[in-house]
Design a protein around this ligand. Structure first.
Ligand code: HEM
Length: 185
């Protein structure tokens, strides 16, 4: 009888130890610890989890992410707003943005912010269409020169907002990585 009770205690003690090790190694956060407030939607709860994960990742690596080096969400939004002004005023590609409705313009702005924020390692999720889908057939197929004009609009906006050379190169590398999906002729 005593042996059975000892065995049961050892079993439970072992289980507790294994759980503690798993929580430490895999950083398994109990669901109640993810957000202390009751979130009305699953979407919000997912976002809190992602932000928590993002914060702990950058703390662990000790390296500032591109998102942080750019100055965070509002700084990225300012770069996108200046990019929009630059491309609207560009003689080669301005015409593509002229006829957009107010809401289409706001939608495009938000998608661009989300896209750049996510690419920079920030707590954002891009939910727009793929670059191929949203640009395919535009003006009979976008050219390399038109793409260059857009990229130049981004570069000028980064300069205007005082983004340092290393961060600027990284943002422009991201832009360049999309060329093959956007350019068709
Ligand atoms: C790296 C370069 C580019 C990036 C990152 C980019 C990004 C985007 C994004 C995120 C959207 C929204 C997607 C969606 O509606 O689901 C979009 C739409 C659009 N883009 Fe681009 N784009 C680029 C180049 C260009 C170029 C070169 C042009 C024109 C010359 C252009 C014109 C447009 C227009 C007019 C829309 C609105 C399409 C619509 O509402 O149906 N984009 N772009």
């Amino acid at each position: 009888m005593k042996i059975k009770s000892l065995f049961t205690k050892a079993f439970w003690l072992g289980l507790v130890c294994i759980s503690l090790v798993a929580v430490t190694i895999f950083r398994l956060t109990p669901s109640f610890a993810v957000s202390t407030t009751t979130t009305p939607t699953a979407q919000l709860s997912t976002t809190s989890t992602i932000i928590a994960q993002y914060n702990s990742d950058s703390e662990r690596s000790g390296e500032r992410t591109l998102y942080q080096r750019l100055g965070g969400y509002n700084a990225i939004a300012a770069v996108i707003d200046d990019t929009a002004q630059n491309v609207i005023n560009d003689p080669l590609i301005g015409r593509y943005f002229v006829g957009l409705s107010t809401n289409s313009g706001q939608r495009l702005r938000q998608f661009l912010i989300d896209q750049f924020c996510q690419a920079a390692g920030g707590p954002c999720i891009y939910t727009g269409r793929t670059m191929k889908l949203s640009h395919s057939g535009m003006g009979g197929g976008l050219t390399n020169s038109e793409f260059d004009a857009f990229a130049n609009g981004v570069a000028l906006a980064l300069d205007k907002n005082g983004v340092k050379q290393r961060a600027k190169n990284e943002v422009l590398a991201f832009v360049e990585s999309l060329r093959s999906q956007i350019v068709e002729r």
